[in-house]
Design a protein around this ligand. Structure first.
Ligand SMILES: [Zn+2]
Length: 279
């Protein structure tokens, strides 16, 4: 979290509030939140410039600015972008950076874990710090993301399917929640080796990835951990999740208990009865 549906929701809700607004200055409360360039250059460049457009790519938000610069925001695990019609006088808890708009309002970047970062780059030029953005693969909701694409990316790989779904070079925007959900609906065990999956299973997985992301978008994302929308409201997908955060509870299909597996520092939820392992 936040994944594609959460970041897209933030983009859609922030859009009408920030387009054509002028940033008059910024205040930085924690210097290592600025991933590129220097804090000094970041602040100097963000004076009296307008926000012309706002886009999303994978889990990144990109503000297109009037001086041909892009402000890139990577929320990582717990970053929030909050909009205020009138900025609070005191900094919010875990506030890292504040953008002041002309005429009172502004945006506040809040990040409890201090992992999320902001970058200011020249349009289309990616410093090493933003290699992840440059190398993103297709997103499951892209028209060109079909089973041929997914098959070509994974059928020769020995890796476990869960870790390939988390690979942003393959499935941009997908993270822990929606990979668990898509694997469950496709009846594929998260530890299955990619090269063991049949074409039929890869077709199913392509469909279920698109399905869960669309469903999550319509529910404005999942408010687990720290995700909130720009106005502080929650998303609702997690309330109806199939497996995510449901360990120990009954599978919605077979009533078996949902189990949890460790993947490095992540955990994956699945139904051992519905999702068969292909090692
Ligand atoms: Zn089941």
């Amino acid at each position: 979290v936040p994944e594609l549906p959460e970041v897209e929701t933030i983009k859609e809700e922030l859009y009408p509030l920030v387009i054509n607004k002028m940033i008059i200055k910024t205040k930085i409360f924690r210097k290592d939140t600025i991933g590129y360039p220097s804090v000094w250059e970041f602040q100097k460049s963000l004076r009296n410039i307008s926000i012309l457009d706002l886009k999303r790519r994978g889990k990144y938000l990109i503000f297109l600015l009037s001086n041909n610069l892009n402000l890139v925001v990577h929320l990582r695990l717990s970053g929030q972008l909050r909009y205020y019609p009138i900025l609070p006088t005191k900094p919010e808890k875990f506030e890292r950076v504040r953008f002041y708009f002309k005429n009172n309002g502004g945006i506040v970047f809040i990040e409890p874990r201090a992992l999320g970062k902001l970058y200011l780059i020249t349009n289309g030029q990616f410093p090493n710090e933003l290699k992840g953005l440059k190398e993103l693969g297709l997103e499951p909701l892209d028209r060109d993301f079909n089973y041929h694409y997914l098959y070509n990316k994974i059928h020769h790989r020995q890796a476990q399917i869960k870790s390939l779904l988390l690979d942003q070079k393959i499935c941009a925007g997908v993270g822990n929640i929606y990979s668990d959900e898509a694997l469950f609906l496709a009846r594929i065990h998260p530890k299955s080796r990619a090269h063991k999956l049949t074409l039929e299973e890869i077709k199913r997985l392509t469909r279920t990835l698109k399905f869960v992301l669309k469903k999550a978008l319509s529910l404005k994302g999942s408010s687990v951990r720290d995700y909130v929308r720009p106005d502080g409201k929650a998303g609702h997908y997690h309330l109806n999740a199939y497996v995510y955060n449901r360990e120990g509870k009954a599978c919605v299909v077979c009533k078996n208990k949902i189990e949890v597996l460790r993947f490095g520092n992540r955990r994956s939820r699945f139904c051992p009865n519905c999702q068969t392992l292909k090692e």
